[in-house]
Unconditional design. Structure first.
Length: 315
């Protein structure tokens, strides 16, 4: 059965419950923390972006530093993010029209308000997956591959993504779906997803190590101002963290503890706190990120409760 991973408490009353599963690995790779259906296949959504970035790097995309971090991230659409995406495209001889992700507003509220005041609308560059898409296009150009069909699951780049992800997870990714941004989406078991997260921090060299180093050095390109992924990596140096839509989240510490979370109602509001609780259960030091483990519940603009994680065995 799925377990109750978090409860929404308002004025002392449990208003809602988030059910789901958590797979946690000890640094030696053993499954040391399991809640719910950890061997059930999930669609990992944007938690696979680091491995998509690694596949682009392995295919020859010239990505380093901020450019590699944004390829692995879900940025908030701030101006600095757009400039980085445009730079990746420009170096590949392309422009924003080559992107196949849908136009969108930036997630950063201040940036969105500025665009509205300026009379501007949604754009592909502002979409939170544009860094990944720009990296995929750069990899295609580096290999002379067709750029117009880079989102086809049979495209050489996407086959490389599937192989990279499978190698990191230790299992064959399946099924094949379409992500919100239009890119192929490959399913994994939750335990396999935790193994993939652990690969990022355990790799000694190669594309996965390069991606992890870029994410840790430039967390503001993995998310953005105030973003949970960004603040997680800042609070726990050496860690990696990446959330995805529909309540999926992965994290791994410098020491090698790794977790993968799936909330079955699809809400992401408690996933960071759930991941931190799981890491603590594995013996990882999470105190510096304690602020991220508390999600306030507001009433009339003031705090009247919180979203709290629950112990094992709650069903």
């Amino acid at each position: 059965m799925y377990e109750v991973l978090a409860e929404v408490v308002r004025n002392g009353f449990v208003e809602s419950r988030h059910y789901g599963s958590v797979a946690g690995l000890a640094p030696d790779g053993t499954l040391a923390h399991a809640r719910g259906h950890v061997r059930e296949t999930v669609l990992p959504r944007s938690t696979t972006k680091p491995f998509q970035a690694a596949a682009c790097l392995a295919a020859g995309a010239p990505l380093t530093g901020e450019r590699l971090a944004i390829a692995a991230g879900s940025h908030t659409g701030e101006d600095v993010h757009v400039k980085t995406v445009e730079a990746i495209l420009a170096d590949a001889g392309l422009h924003g029209g080559a992107l196949r992700c849908p136009p969108d507003w930036p997630e950063d509220e201040a940036t969105r308000a500025a665009l509205v005041r300026a009379g501007e609308g949604p754009s592909r560059e502002r979409m939170n997956c544009s860094g990944k898409h720009a990296a995929m296009l750069a990899a295609c150009v580096a290999n002379g591959w067709e750029t117009g069909t880079y989102l086809d699951p049979g495209h050489p780049l996407q086959q490389g993504v599937r192989t990279t992800l499978g190698d990191a997870a230790g299992e064959m990714p399946s099924p094949v779906a379409v992500d919100g941004c239009g890119a192929p989406l490959f399913g994994l078991t939750l335990t396999g997803l935790a193994r993939a997260a652990q690969t990022l921090v355990r790799a000694q060299d190669g594309p996965c190590r390069a991606v992890a180093d870029a994410m840790r050095a430039h967390p503001e390109y993995v998310g953005g101002t105030g973003h949970a992924n960004t603040e997680f990596m800042r609070a726990l140096p050496g860690s990696v963290a990446k959330g995805g839509a529909e309540g999926v989240f992965i994290a791994a510490t410098r020491e090698g503890h790794a977790v993968a979370v799936k909330v079955v109602d699809g809400s992401p509001r408690a996933t960071t706190a759930i991941a931190l609780a799981a890491l603590a259960a594995l013996g990882a030091e999470t105190a510096p990120a304690a602020a991220l483990g508390t999600v306030p519940v507001l009433g009339g603009g003031r705090r009247v409760g919180e979203i709290r994680t629950t112990p094992e065995g709650r069903q």
